[in-house]
Design a protein around this ligand. Structure first.
Ligand SMILES: NC(=O)c1ccc[n+]([C@@H]2O[C@H](COP(=O)([O-])OP(=O)(O)OC[C@H]3O[C@@H](n4cnc5c(N)ncnc54)[C@H](OP(=O)(O)O)[C@@H]3O)[C@@H](O)[C@H]2O)c1
Length: 275
C-alpha cells in the first residue's frame, strides 16, 4: 500500500448503490485515495450531489477526460436500477467515456434487506429483493468479468491489480430465522462471488467477498426493522459498524499487491455474538 494516502491513484472504479451507506462511503474513500469513480443508485438527486462532492475535491482538469498523473478523485453518475443490464452496461461504458479506460475495480454493493422469516416476511418483497441482491449481482459479475479478464496480460496476469468486490452479509454465511429470505439471497451472492473467483483468479482478477455484520445505515429502515429492534442491537453490540469501517476494509483489500488476495472476509462489530 502506498503511504501517501493515494493508494487508489489511477484506478477506475464502479460502485453500485452509492447514494447511501456503504456504497457512498466506499465511493468517497476511493475518490479521496485518487480513484476515478462511476457511481450508481436510483435516487438521481443524491447521486448528483455525491458527484459534485467528489469532483469539488481538488480537480484541476476539465471533465470528462483521463485522470491526470497525481490528480485526485473524480466521479461520473449513472442513475438507475443496478439490476438492469442496460444500466450495468452504462456504468462500465461510462468508465471508458468519462475517464478514458475500462474500469479495473468494481464494487457490487447495491442491495437491500428484508426482516422476517420464511413464514413471517413480506412475500410481496421477495422477488424485488432477489432481483437486486442475486440477479443484479450475477449480471454485474458477468459483465465486469468480461471486461476485467481481458485486461490481464497472459505473460503476467498479476502485473496490475484488478478487482471485483461483492458486499455479501454475515447472514449469507450463517442463516438466521430473523432475516431468512435476505440471508438466502446473500448465500447466493456469496456463492456467485466464490464461483467467479475460481473462474477469474487464474486469469489475474481478484473477486472478493466481504460479509459484514450489523452496519448502521439506511439498510435497517429499508428492511423494515422496528426502532425497537435497532435499539436492541445498539444496546447489545455497540459500537455497531459504520459504512466507513467497510470502506476502510475495501481499501485494504484492493490496495494489496496484485498477486495477494484477501478473498473472503467477515467483518463484525466486536461485540456481535450472532450469527
Ligand atoms: N447495513 C448492514 O447491516 C449490512 C450488513 C451486511 C450487508 N449489507 C449489504 O451492504 C450493501 C449496502 O447496504 P447499506 O447498509 O449501505 O444500505 P443502504 O444504506 O440502504 O444503502 C443501499 C444502497 O443501495 C442502493 N440500491 C438499493 N437497491 C438498488 C438498486 N436496485 N439499484 C441501484 N441501487 C440500489 C440504494 O440507493 P437507491 O435507493 O438510491 O437506489 C443505496 O445507495 C447491501 O448489499 C446490503 O445487503 C448491509
Amino acid at each position: 500500500m502506498q503511504e501517501n494516502g493515494k493508494q487508489s491513484k489511477g484506478r477506475i472504479a464502479v460502485v453500485t448503490g452509492a447514494t447511501a451507506g456503504i456504497g457512498r462511503a466506499v465511493a468517497l474513500s476511493l475518490a479521496a485515495q485518487g480513484a476515478a469513480v462511476v457511481v450508481n443508485g436510483r435516487r438521481a438527486d443524491r447521486l448528483q450531489a455525491l458527484v459534485e462532492e467528489i469532483n469539488a475535491q481538488g480537480r484541476s482538469a476539465p471533465l470528462p477526460g483521463p485522470l491526470p498523473e497525481g490528480e485526485g478523485g473524480r466521479a461520473f453518475a449513472v442513475a438507475g436500477d443496478a439490476a438492469d443490464q442496460p444500466i450495468i452496461d452504462a456504468m462500465l461504458d461510462g468508465a471508458v467515456s468519462a475517464f478514458g479506460a475500462e474500469a479495473d475495480l468494481v464494487i457490487v454493493n447495491a442491495g437491500r434487506g428484508l426482516g422476517g422469516s420464511v413464514l413471517t416476511s413480506d412475500m410481496a418483497q421477495w422477488e424485488a429483493m432477489y432481483e437486486i441482491n442475486v440477479m443484479g449481482a450475477a449480471r454485474m459479475l458477468r459483465s465486469a468479468g468480461q471486461r476485467l479478464a481481458p485486461q490481464c496480460a497472459e505473460s503476467d496476469p498479476v502485473a496490475k491489480p484488478r478487482d471485483i468486490v461483492v458486499i455479501g452479509s454475515n447472514v449469507g454465511k450463517h442463516i438466521s430465522p430473523f432475516s431468512s429470505l435476505y440471508g438466502s439471497s446473500k448465500f447466493a451472492a456469496g456463492a456467485l462471488a466464490e464461483a467467479t473467483r475460481r473462474e477469474l483468479g487464474p486469469k489475474g482478477v481478484r473477486v472478493t467477498l466481504i460479509a459484514p455484520g450489523i452496519v448502521l445505515s439506511e439498510f435497517q429502515e429499508v428492511a423494515g426493522y422496528t426502532d425497537e429492534l435497532v435499539e436492541g442491537f445498539k444496546q447489545k453490540f455497540a459500537p455497531l459498524l459504520t459504512p466507513e469501517d467497510i470502506a476502510r476494509l475495501v481499501s485494504f483489500v484492493v490496495s494489496q499487491p496484485a498477486g495477494v488476495h484477501a478473498c473472503d472476509i467477515v467483518i463484525r462489530p466486536t461485540r456481535q455474538d450472532y450469527p
